[in-house]
Design a binder for this molecule. Structure first.
Ligand SMILES: O=C(O)CCC(=O)C(=O)O
Length: 289
């Protein structure tokens, strides 16, 4: 008897975890010692999975530091902030994620966060991939999803959100703690950085935010079939990063596990290039950028 495929979801829309729709994101860690080969892979694939780039203990310490600032009733009884299991309770009166008054708003403005995002391992990686001196854009985002979260990140390209400046930039996506499939990791649509704008535009026919021209679709099966490409997935571990260019389509899966999903995304641009001004100040959940 055939076994039914596992079904994942994004934005509460089911997406079967089949070989037709998903394939593993290639691991590029072995190329870290060969900058030319790493740059070539980045150009060709538009995304790199790099394992163990950061100290796992430092990543878990950041998770602990952030989750120690959220209302304690969000944590399951007996769960430590580092573990970060969700209790199922949404604290009453908490401002929206990242809005002033929400712990993530204060956290991204703290010296603790600055120390993490400014660690040399990250700027060195950006300088290797962009092949020269780089600046970190100040708008670095801390995301926090749990299995009660009403939405995940819709399919989009970063450039749709930062198209008033250079394209000579990259994003480092950092899961803050292990992030296996049921924790809601980022997934990338293979080779979608080469898709024509008209092909991407057609995906917007199925979008739950019709007034917003930046996202592509909230439906990952529709997106994969529309472009005839598969979603690249990975079971991320603390210390791993994914680096992506501004034109690859990506999205996140829903968090179905008890552990909350915390991540940070950081952007770097080549020094001296014009950067979209919306990305030059600290992130806030309601900054509209
Ligand atoms: O973490 C997420 O769900 C979204 C992150 C993202 O889109 C990015 O890093 O560009």
């Amino acid at each position: 008897m055939e076994r039914a495929a596992r079904v994942l979801s994004s934005n509460a829309v089911p997406v079967p975890f089949t070989g037709e729709l998903f394939r593993p994101l290639p691991d590029s860690t072995a190329l870290l010692g060969d900058p030319e080969a790493l740059r070539r892979r980045f150009r060709e694939h538009g995304v790199l999975l790099l394992r163990g780039v950061l100290d796992p203990a430092a990543v878990v310490a950041l998770r602990e530091a952030y989750l120690s600032t959220v209302p304690p009733e969000m944590l399951h009884a007996g769960s430590s902030p580092a573990e970060g299991r969700f209790s199922g309770k949404e604290p009453e009166g908490l401002p929206g994620h990242g809005v002033a008054g929400h712990p993530a708003h204060a956290f991204v403005r703290s010296p603790r966060f600055a120390e993490f995002v400014d660690q040399p391992a990250l700027s060195k990686l950006a300088e290797t991939l962009l092949d020269g001196p780089c600046v970190r854009l100040r708008r670095s985002i801390l995301r926090h999803f749990h299995r009660g979260s009403p939405r995940a990140s819709r399919a989009h390209t970063d450039y749709a959100y930062m198209d008033r400046g250079t394209e000579n930039l990259l994003t480092v996506w950092i899961p803050v703690g292990d992030c296996p499939l049921d924790n809601g990791p980022l997934v990338y649509l293979e080779d979608s950085h080469t898709a024509a704008p008209e092909q991407l535009d057609r995906l917007r026919e199925r979008l739950d935010r019709p007034g917003d021209r930046r996202p592509l679709s909230h439906d990952l099966e529709w997106t994969a079939r529309g472009l005839g490409r598969r979603w690249l997935w990975a079971d991320y571990r603390a210390g791993d990063v994914a680096v992506h260019g501004p034109h690859i389509v990506h999205a996140s899966l829903d968090t179905s596990s008890e552990r909350m999903r915390v991540s940070v995304d950081i952007r770097f641009a080549r020094s001296g290039e014009t950067v979209d001004a919306r990305w030059t100040k600290e992130w806030a959940g309601d900054d509209g950028a």
